[in-house]
Each structure stands twice: as structure tokens, then as C-alpha cells.
Design a protein around this ligand. Sequence first.
Ligand code: SF4
Length: 427
Amino acid sequence: MLHSKQQLIQTLQGRDIVIWGARMTGMGFLRFSRANDLNVINFVDSDPAFTNKTLNSIPVYHPDRLKKQQQENTNLLIVVAVSIKEEEIIQSLTKMNFSKNDYMLYSDYCDSFYTIDVVGTCNLECPTCAHGITGAKPPRGMMAFEDFTRVIEKIKSEVEVLTHVSLYSWGEPLLHPKLPDIIKHLHKNGIAAAISSNLSIKSDDQLKRVIQASPEFFKVSLSGFYPETYNETHTGGDINLVKSNLYRLKYYIEKYESNTFVDVNYHLYTNNNQKNLQKMQELCDELGFSLSATYSLIMPLERCLDHCNGIIDPQTEELQKILLVDIDEGIEVTKDFRSSTCPFKENQTNINWDLSVPVCCTTFYKADTIVAKDYLKSDLSDIKREKDKASICAECMHYGLPAYNMGFNQSGWKKVAATKVSKDIKN
Ligand code: SF4
């Protein structure tokens, strides 16, 4: 059973807090802490992309440092604030000899994470994304600002603690002319905002207004440094425009003293894992942005399921050849990390631009994966019940796809990737 917001504040008051998790859940928790006069001293995160970075004026360290911190500060309390991989972190804490009194789980107080896909379209057609499926014609549109405010009102009536919302799933949020107002509306309600963009956008004014609104987290998705590489997997994008926009982001962040943290999410393929990666890392270092390199997956889930079921799709099979870890290899390396539950189902609610609710963020617009037609007219309990009945989940669990989608066992992925011949430009 969830504990109350008041209990959370009481537990944390007067303690020196370290937040484990520098991504959105942690950032949302930081916003909550500041609003309630709690003392956060630093983040820790094992993702090297965050090491020695600063989030909203708070430093991020590697978890290795925790034990020493505890010895020096008996008032320390670790708050694990993540939406997935919580179990992994608990295991790490146990290995480091931390007892249950030394840490608390934010999920004991906040177990509902919301994603609102405010834009139901994209300006690019990347082949590994749902928007790049040949011949697919999903419904397209944008969530009206008024609907967005109603959605937030309803969410707040459903959960006592709501600290962050992600404003993207499949769409390109920067295409929404009211995105700055959407971010401001979240802040007005004490909620941190995350956006993700391909940044291949020609509107300097939109970038400026978004940074003025100061979203906490700004993910930039790309897959290469040089045009000939990037164009293979970010179809329709312009990496030179993306790079100049990265400079613009930096300029506006400094000019408007924005607290936005920029994380360049670098999608790894066989054609971009050497010189391209190195050059993009150098650019991120120059700008003070983090770079998170992630092994590309073929999305949405339905394509992986088709593959697992032996349904051959030529586009999927072609894409498999440029992945550093293909679907079968990814399922194999994560097989020991499977669980009987799925966090995507248990603690996440996704709301599409047209107010429909999919079973989770990995599925895309097939009638039988929509669990509510209109979020505003559906009780959360009904949504949960429909999710429990979704037949796609049984199949997905059978093949171990939640563990695969969450990318458990990164060292296993690395080993597989190392066996692939790189087609990147040699140094
Ligand atoms: S089991 Fe699969 S389809 Fe169901 S919520 Fe989890 S990831 Fe999504």
C-alpha cells in the first residue's frame, strides 16, 4: 500500500538526502524536495553519462562514493527514485552493505508515472520507430492545450504524489506550438517536465521559447555525427541542423539561466559506433551536455512480437542487420533478468495525443492495445483492469520482452556488440 505525501515529507525532513537516479524520476523528486524544504545534497547514478555533471545546481556522482559519504555523514538518507531498474539498485545497495534503514524507495510513495504524448506525429521517419514503418498510417494530430490541462487535473485527482510528467512517447513534442505553455502549466502545478526531440527543427523561436519555459530534462535523439551516417537511420533529418540547434540550446540555456539538463541520446548501430560516436562525444563535452549511448531497438513492440512469432517482415529483417544487438541476441542476454511483473504495466500510464490510452509505451496504435478510448472519461481502476486483460502482455512476457526493452544486463549487450564488425568511419 502507498504511504501518504505527509509521511514522505516527515520521513525526509531534517535528513541529508542523496537521490539515486538522475533521470526524470529523480529530477521530479528534486522539484518535490525543493517545494517542501527538504535538503538534497547530491544525486548518484551509475550511468557514466551523468558522472560529474550538475542537475539543477545539484552534483551527480557515481554510486561508488556512497559508502564513504555515509561514513562521513550519519544523517544521510538515500532515496531511490527510478521508474524502472529499482530492483537492480536495491541489489547494488545490498552488495554495498547498506541496510534497509539507510535508504527508502520513492515508489513506496509514488508508483504512478505518466507520459503524455502531446504530439501524435513526427517530422522524421526513422526506420526503427513506429513512424518509420513502411505503409503505416497511424492517426495524427496534437493534444489541445485545454485537453492537456484537463488531463493534468484528472491525474492530480488520481495520485497524491505527482512530481514529473514526460511529454513524449512517439511524437516530436517541439512541433506543438503550445509546448512552452504546456511546460509552464506543469510547473504551475509543481510538476517537472521532460521532453525528447530529434532537434531537426527549423524554428529558432520555438527552441528559444521552450528553453525559456525551462523543462527539467531535454533529451535529444540522434544516431551519428556525419550526414551520410545519420541519414541512414534518422530518415528525413538533417544532422547539421541538429548540431547547430545544440549550440542554440546551449546559448539559450545560458542566456535565460534555464535549469534544463540536456542529454544526447545516441542510438548505437554498426555504422556509427566509432568515429561518429567519438565526434559527438567531443561536441557534447564542449557544450557540457551528457551523452547516453544506447543500443538501438526495433520499435514498436508489435514488430518484435511478429519477429518472435516467425512472421517475417522484410523491413524488420533488414534493420536487424545494422543493430549491434539484434532482437534474438537482446532477448538472450536479458533472459536471466526476467520478472513475473512488468513495470511498464504496473506503474506507467501513457496518454496519447487523442486521449486514448495504450497498454504501455512500447505498443503503437493497434486497436487491441488501446485500453481506454478517452482517458478523461475512464477511471484509473478501469484502465488498470483493462491492462490486466490485454492479451499482448501474455505474449510479451512469454518472450521476455519487458526485460529486453528495459535493456537489463548492459555488460551482456556490450559483449554481443563487441562481436559485430563496425562499419563506422575508421579513426
Ligand atoms: S508486458 Fe509487454 S505489452 Fe504488457 S505492459 Fe509490459 S512491455 Fe507492455
